[in-house]
Design a binder for this molecule. Structure first.
Ligand code: TXA
Ligand code: MG
Length: 342
């Protein structure tokens, strides 16, 4: 049985003691962060961490993020904190940023999927931080979804995927950002973005003009990546059951394409600027404000599944700033299927 603990305000924080004790006892506790819900366990307890992989059905070579709630907690987990890491930590922590360091000996191999590095994040969400503080251990947490499915941005998504497979769900309401954290390799002098997120390349370039996206992120290809730096990037991800296609073209061309290809069980994901007058339309807000689409994308993909949509056509988002993260998740959910209508 999965027990649900609902936290409406700081007055309810005392209820987190029970969840923290469960973490200390090696159990699995899902909890909210500002990005997506995480599936947490004691990051220094190997068998607890193994249970995370089991509950999600996650391949064991895909490493996990350790969550901390103060910058000092990082010291025992890593070999070295270089100047690059320090600058990023000072600017963006707590927040939706995960840094990849050379790991220390105390980090179990199950966390790092056999790599010599470890990913660490200090989230901003108050419930997440309080849970980590009370647990007195770094909490290992991937997104709390079944592997391959859209990440959970609401407690009900976690319940849908993991009810009966985990011990607790801490319900803290909807996640603010809706896409996972920006993952940055800081093992060298120049930060390399391994996964785009709300903290964008443009944000990072304010500190490091030469920061760049790892190659696999900029290659627009539907071929699976064979050996990416971030192992998670090689798997099909965020995928609804229906086939998602990203439509890249003018408003007129997209309309023509839909006239020819849409059926009764086709869903449409669009932006204010591309109104679509059909049934089964989901709006992702202003196309120039991709933070709006980021917040709702995963929920929309799950709703498309609930409504048994067989095909999903999405208008191409803008690819700068946070838009690149939105595009990245859509591209993965679509298995790389972009229809070029230009
Ligand atoms: O926002 C988030 O990051 C959420 C919340 C719960 O914190 N967590 C999350 O975890 O998205 P997960 O496991 O779903 O994604 C972690 C990503 C994966 O793509 C994984 O391959 C990568 O981070 N990663 C983890 N450890 C790594 C390492 N040592 N080197 C490179 N990539 C790593
Ligand atoms: Mg995930």
């Amino acid at each position: 049985m999965t027990k649900i603990i609902t936290i409406n305000s700081e007055k309810d924080f005392y209820m987190l003691k029970e969840a923290a004790q469960a973490v200390r006892d090696g159990k699995l506790v899902a909890f909210p962060t500002e990005t997506v819900y995480g599936l947490g366990a004691d990051g220094l307890n190997e068998s607890a961490v193994r249970n995370i992989y089991r509950a999600k059905g996650r391949p064991s070579d895909n490493p996990l993020i350790l969550h901390i709630q103060s910058p000092e907690e990082i010291t025992p987990l890593v070999n070295e904190i270089n100047e690059t890491a320090r600058k990023l930590m000072n600017r963006f922590w707590p927040g939706p940023m995960t840094l990849v360091f050379k790991k220390s000996k105390i980090v179990p191999d199950v966390i790092s999927g056999g790599l010599d590095t470890v990913a660490i994040r200090y989230p901003e969400n108050r419930i997440a931080c309080e849970l980590i503080r009370l647990s007195k251990t770094p909490i290992a947490a991937p997104s709390a979804n079944t592997s391959g499915k859209p990440s959970p941005t609401k407690a009900k998504h976690v319940y849908h995927d993991l009810n009966g497979k985990i011990d607790y769900i801490v319900n803290g309401g909807d996640c603010d950002i809706g896409l996972e954290s920006t993952v940055i390799d800081v093992t060298g002098k120049i930060p390399i973005i391994l996964r785009p997120g709300k903290i964008s390349l443009e944000d990072i370039r304010e500190l490091f003009a030469d920061a760049y996206y790892d190659k696999h992120l900029t290659e627009i290809t539907s071929k699976p990546v064979s050996k990416p730096r971030s192992p998670g990037m090689k798997y099909k991800h965020y995928a609804p059951s229906g086939e998602l296609y990203i439509l890249d073209g003018s408003y007129e061309k997209i309309q023509e394409y839909l006239d020819e290809n849409a059926d009764d069980d086709t869903a449409f994901l669009t932006f204010n600027e591309y109104p679509i007058n059909r049934k089964n339309v989901w709006n992702m807000g202003c196309i120039h404000s991709p933070i709006e689409g980021s917040k709702v994308l995963f929920d929309i993909l799950r709703e498309c599944d609930e409504k048994n949509m067989k095909k999903i056509y999405s208008v191409m988002p803008e690819k700068n700033g946070v838009g690149f993260a939105l595009f990245n998740r859509m591209f993965k959910a679509a298995g790389g299927k972009i229809v070029n209508l230009w």
